[in-house]
Design a protein around this ligand. Structure first.
Ligand SMILES: *[C@@H]1O[C@H](CO)[C@@H](O)[C@H](O)[C@H]1NC(C)=O
Ligand SMILES: *[C@@H]1O[C@H](CO)[C@@H](O)[C@H](O)[C@H]1NC(C)=O
Ligand SMILES: *[C@@H]1O[C@H](CO)[C@@H](O)[C@H](O)[C@H]1NC(C)=O
Ligand SMILES: *[C@@H]1O[C@H](CO)[C@@H](O)[C@H](O)[C@H]1NC(C)=O
Ligand SMILES: *[C@@H]1O[C@H](CO)[C@@H](O)[C@H](O)[C@H]1NC(C)=O
Length: 359
């Protein structure tokens, strides 16, 4: 009987329905069994738990790795951290997203809504969209994005990754359509807006970056600003960071350093020192650092980045309904209106109709 089972197993392995096991190994925690990689060239031991955690370790260091008796099947990738993108995977948190249908990045376009944990006061208990509907406190915020957020997201793209996404919807996965037809037609509109008749391949990569910048960062920041202004008395100070200097480390990392503008998170290196970041900057960088840290600390201290008595050359006013104001942080900072008005209207129409609110 046993050999029959074995033969059956070998058949499943042969047609790739079951993984071919890799040798058992024993580590400090216990014994593992892995599998042979799909191309047959190495042994894989996946998803080995490296820490323990529970409600009382929230925001604290986790406990030691668990141990087990018997055999741990290390054959499945474990969970990704929310918003995991290019920096490797953690195995502690699970967040799955529907990738199949969407021309999407690894970016998890969903906020981390907290589950109920006894004796812990939650902060984000629902989608911000739903929370703001009932908000009772007016919280002033600075809300902004960088001009080329998408550089970081295209860093990993190749001919192959772009080709894989053909035929998918050009949206984030926070929309819902009543029919595939409706989704398809709307997606074509987006495709036409960003790419015209061009095939989406590496020669269009800067347009892909533009699309990511707007869909994932610029437009959501604007929508959320509108929502806050509409539903609360909160003051919202908007900015676009477009400065490019020696501390645009994320742009450097993305491989698009010679393009103008600033990548996702480049603004952080002009606000924070960062212990891993070399302290390099030019005179102009220093000016931007002084400028931004002054604005941000004024905001923290006085609720206004440019209080009247500071005689700032440039007064940064909060956005108003139907009159958004942006501080463009650049070699020479200036105040301007909403960027990319046409893109805003495109996405506004789509989100007004198809936004999912029950994620
Ligand atoms: C939670 O984990 C910590 C660290 O491993 C441990 O000291 C503590 O006893 C655990 N608490 C509960 C309720 O299991
Ligand atoms: C918002 O208010 C409604 C009724 O006023 C209530 O049913 C709902 O639970 C509230 N939602 C949140 C997120 O507080
Ligand atoms: C992508 O495809 C183009 C055209 O087929 C080719 O010239 C180019 O070398 C490819 N790029 C990479 C990075 O493979
Ligand atoms: C992109 O697609 C166009 C049109 O199909 C083709 O001419 C071009 O070689 C492609 N470029 C790359 C880099 O694949
Ligand atoms: C950002 O700076 C570049 C020049 O470096 C300029 O061409 C572009 O218009 C600026 N973008 C914005 C949004 O200000």
């Amino acid at each position: 009987m046993k050999w029959k089972n074995k033969l059956f197993l070998l058949t499943l392995i042969a047609i790739k329905l079951v993984d071919e096991p890799a040798p058992e190994v024993t580590i400090a925690q216990g014994t593992l069994i892995g599998k042979i990689s799909s191309d047959g060239t190495f042994f894989e031991y996946l998803g080995i738990p490296y820490a323990t955690t529970n409600s009382s370790t929230r925001f604290r260091a986790p406990g030691p790795p668990p141990s087990w008796t018997g055999l741990f099947k290390a054959v499945e990738e474990s969970s990704s951290c929310p918003q995991n993108s290019f920096f490797g995977e953690l195995t502690a948190l699970r967040a799955k997203k529907p990738l199949q249908l969407f021309f999407d990045t690894q970016l998890l376009h969903l906020p981390c809504v907290e589950s109920t944990i006894a004796e812990e006061e939650p902060v984000i208990t629902d989608l911000p969209f739903n929370l703001y509907k009932n908000i009772s406190k007016d919280i002033d915020v600075i809300y902004g994005s960088t001009s080329k957020e998408g550089f970081l997201l295209i860093a990993g793209d190749t001919n192959e990754t772009l080709a894989e996404r053909h035929g998918r919807y050009l949206f984030a996965s926070d929309l819902r359509f009543s029919s595939d037809e409706e989704g398809f037609v709307t997606s074509k509109k987006v495709e036409n807006f960003y790419f015209g008749d061009d095939v989406i391949n590496m020669s269009q990569i800067l347009k892909v970056a533009e699309f990511y910048t707007q869909l994932y960062f610029e437009i959501p920041a604007i929508f959320e600003t509108e929502c806050l202004i509409d539903k609360t008395q909160s003051k919202v100070y908007n900015y676009i960071f477009n400065y490019s200097g020696q501390r645009n480390f994320m742009k450097l990392r993305s491989g698009y350093y010679n393009e103008p503008g600033a990548s996702h998170a480049d603004d952080l290196f002009y606000l924070f020192r960062g212990s891993l970041i070399p302290p390099i900057f030019t005179k102009q960088d220093k000016k931007i650092i002084d400028y931004m840290t002054t604005l941000w600390t004024n905001f923290a201290k006085y609720g206004d980045p440019t209080p009247d008595w500071t005689n700032s050359v440039l007064k940064w006013e909060p956005s108003k309904k139907h009159n958004m104001k942006f501080l463009y942080i650049d070699d020479v900072p200036k105040i301007g209106s909403m960027p990319n008005n046409d893109a805003f209207h495109l996405w506004k129409n789509i989100y007004d109709k198809y936004r999912k609110t029950d994620i």
